[in-house]
Design a protein. Sequence first.
Length: 416
Amino acid sequence: MFPKVGTLLACLVLVVPLLSGAQEQVLSHSTYAELMQIRKLMDADANRAALSRLRTLKDSNTARAYELAVIQQHLGYAHLALDETHEAIAAFQGGLEAHILPERVSQTLNYLLAQLYIQNEDYRGAVGYLEIWFSIEGQAKPEAHVLAAHAYYSLERYPEAVRHLKQALAKADSPQASWYQLLAATYRVQQRFTELELLLHEAITRYPGNATFWYALADLYLRQHHEGRALSTLMLAYRQGVIKPRDLPRVARLYVHLGIPEKAARLIEDWQQQGLMPLTYDNLMLLAQGWLVAREPNRAIEVLEKGSRLTRNGAPNLLMAKLYFNQQRWSDASQQLRRALQKGGLDDPAEARFLLALATFHDGESALASTILNGLRDDAGWGEQADAWLRHINMQKKNNVPSSHPINEIFDQGGL
C-alpha cells in the first residue's frame, strides 16, 4: 500500500541536514552525526537497536523543536520497519505537531499517515490527513485519488469517492482494472445504472480479457430485466474466450430463463463432450432441467438416471418417478419411488410414499397401496388425499370394478 521503509529513509536523509531554511531548521552537528549512525543500523535491519538510540537521543534533546520533530520522524520509520503500526502513527504525529518540518516532509508524513490509517481501517482518520495533503499538493498522482476514493467509499461518502476515481482515471495513462471495479461498485450502490453501463463498456474496451466486467454488465442487464442483452453479453464473452468453463452453467441457466431450454440443453451436451463442463451432479441436473422445460421427458429421465448415480440423495429418483407417472409407467414409477425412499434426503418423504401408493394401486397391488395410504392418514400434508384414495380403493373392492381413477399430470414441466 505504501513505499518500502528503505525508500522513505532515503528521502529522509536528504532532508535531515536542511541548511537552506530558517536557522531553527538546522540540525546540530552531534545530532546529525548520531542520526547518520542510527540510519546505518536501520539499513542493516537493526531496528530495535535504532529505536533504543533514538529514544536516548530524544530524551537528551529538549532544547530544539526541529531536532525533536526529526527524531520523531526517525522513530516512526523504525517502528514501521518492525510492523508496529500504532507506534509508528504516534511517532509521525509527534513529528507533525510542531508544524516545523519542511512542507515536503510534512506532506510525505500526511500521506503516509493516511495510508496507515486505512491499513488499520480507520477511514475517518485517513480522510483527515488526505484532505490536508490534497489542500497543499498541486499535482496529485492518480494513485492518491484512488487512495482517497477507497477511504470515502468505506465511509459511504460516495460522491467524493466518485470524484476522486474520475480524476484518477482521467490522469492515468494506464488505469488499473481495480479502479474501474471500485467506481463500478460506487455507481451500483448509488443505483446510477446509466453511468455504470457506460463505465463497464469502457472497462471492457480497455480490459477485454477481464471476465469481471463482462459479468458485471450481464448482471446489470438482468437487474434491469434485459435478459436478452445479458445473454448476448455472456455469449460474446464466451466466444472471445473470456468466460471460463466453470462459468458455463450460468450461460445455460440464462437460456432456460429466456425460454430457450432446448438450446441450453444442447449447449450443455456439447460442452460436456468437449470436456468443458464436467459430468457433475449439479451440471447433470441443469441438463435435465433444460430437457424437461423443453418437454423432452425421456431425455430428462436419461440424464436424471445418470445424476442419481452421483448422489446419495433420492431427489433425482423422485423426479424420474413423477415423469413416469405422467406417462402412466406405473412399474417404473414404483421402482424409482422405492429407490428415492431408500436413499432418503427428500424434502417431503410423505409425498414419495403417497405416490408409491398410487403407483402400486395402478400396478394391481391394491392391498399394498391401502397399507401405505393408511400410514399417511395422520400426515398433515397428505392425510386428506390418502383418505380419499382409501375410499376409492374400498369402493372398487366392494363393487368389484377395475382400478381406475383420474390422475392429473403431477409434474410441472416448467422446471425441477
